[in-house]
Design a protein around this ligand. Structure first.
Ligand SMILES: O=P(O)(O)OC[C@H]1O[C@](O)(COP(=O)(O)O)[C@@H](O)[C@@H]1O
Ligand SMILES: [Mg+2]
Ligand SMILES: [Mg+2]
Length: 328
């Protein structure tokens, strides 16, 4: 089985990019070890704090954030980092070629039930001669990403990674201590009969999403003419991993439950890296009205509606949005 670095070299990644990816993964291996130790490592449960987004921080959120931040900045390869758990960006080497934005721990609410969680990351180019302390250097669309990936802390620890040459899956070999290539080319089936959405928000969705899901639920007797199955892991990283493995559609649509917070998922370190992985595997990703990777960000913690997965199913969902005259 092939090791990570030679595969990245074959894909045209330069030595600094390989080194940065290896640094991110070194932090993830440490997180994987702590997660694997569970209650024995003393990292389960909540802190007394909230993060910038007003969400309760888990001890693992804080630990994962510190590990990633320190190791990435110490590498000297990045101009700055941005994280879900940091209010603003953190400056690094003014000559660093890269920016890294990450969700240190996705699916935090799963930590206490020994269920799927992961780390999501996105690597962007650092603008030339920019101020490393200026957060606006991160405001680049997803199409500018140099690489994107996640590490899933499951029964095995897996890496999904793309540098724009397809999406590949690696598995952490704990005896050797590195990630080995276990799926060369991920190809998401275009057609599916599986959807993932938090149904408890159904009554708060906009009309097109209500109509789309209502038709899926009618199964064989409805306009879609087939029965659908539903899955919800409550960690985007787990739901996207399932879609990379066997197809499906994942949605966290806009909802009107709290008008001040209509969207849940974060553009820079959740939606964009997952969209790149999905598109590179032949899938599609949209807000319902726009390709996610083409959004020009205005804030490092900006939230966005997400609909991604099997290409034809995403297209079907988008058709419901096209016929909704109330939207752009
Ligand atoms: O609470 P819900 O509606 O099930 O939301 C689950 C969603 O929230 C998230 O956990 C948000 O991520 P964080 O855990 O990083 O805040 C997503 O991964 C997941 O898809
Ligand atoms: Mg998250
Ligand atoms: Mg998180």
């Amino acid at each position: 089985m092939r090791r990570l670095a030679p595969v990245l070299r074959q894909d045209g990644a330069d030595a600094d990019l390989i080194s940065l990816i290896k640094t991110i993964l070194a932090a993830c291996k440490e997180i994987s070890f702590r997660v694997g130790q569970g209650a024995l490592s003393g990292v389960l449960g909540s802190t007394l704090d909230e993060n910038i987004q007003g969400e309760t921080q888990k001890k693992l959120d804080v630990l994962a954030n510190e590990l990633l931040k320190d190791m990435i900045l110490e590498s000297g390869l990045v101009m700055a980092i941005s994280s879900e758990e940091e209010e603003s960006t953190v400056a690094g080497n003014p000559n660093g070629q890269f920016l890294v934005t990450f969700d240190p721990l996705d699916g935090s609410s799963n930590t206490d039930i020994n269920s799927l969680i992961g780390t999501i990351f996105s690597i962007l180019p650092a603008p030339a001669k920019a101020d490393p302390a200026d957060p606006s250097i991160f405001l680049q669309p997803g199409t500018a990403q140099i690489a994107a990936g996640y590490v899933l802390y499951g029964p095995s620890t897996m890496l999904a990674l793309t540098t724009g040459k397809g999406t590949r899956l690696y598995t952490l070999d704990k005896t050797y201590g590195g990630f080995l290539l276990t799926q060369e080319e991920v190809a998401i089936p275009g057609v599916t009969a599986e959807f993932a959405v938090n149904m408890s928000n159904q009554r708060h969705w906009e009309a097109p999403m209500q109509a789309y899901i209502a038709d899926l639920l009618q199964g064989k007797e409805g306009p879609r003419g087939k029965n659908y199955n539903m899955r919800w892991i409550a960690a985007m990283v787990g739901d996207v991993h399932r879609i990379l493995c066997r197809g499906g559609i994942f949605a966290y649509p806009r909802d009107l439950k709290d008008p001040k917070k209509p969207d849940k998922l974060r553009l820079m370190y959740e939606a964009n890296p997952m969209s790149m992985l999905v598109e590179q595997a032949g899938g599609a990703s949209s807000t319902g009205y726009q390709r996610i990777m083409e959004i020009q960000p205005v804030d490092i913690h900006q939230r966005v509606a997400v609909i991604l997965g099997s290409r034809h199913e995403v297209d079907s969902c988008l058709n419901y949005h096209k016929t909704d005259s109330s939207k752009p």
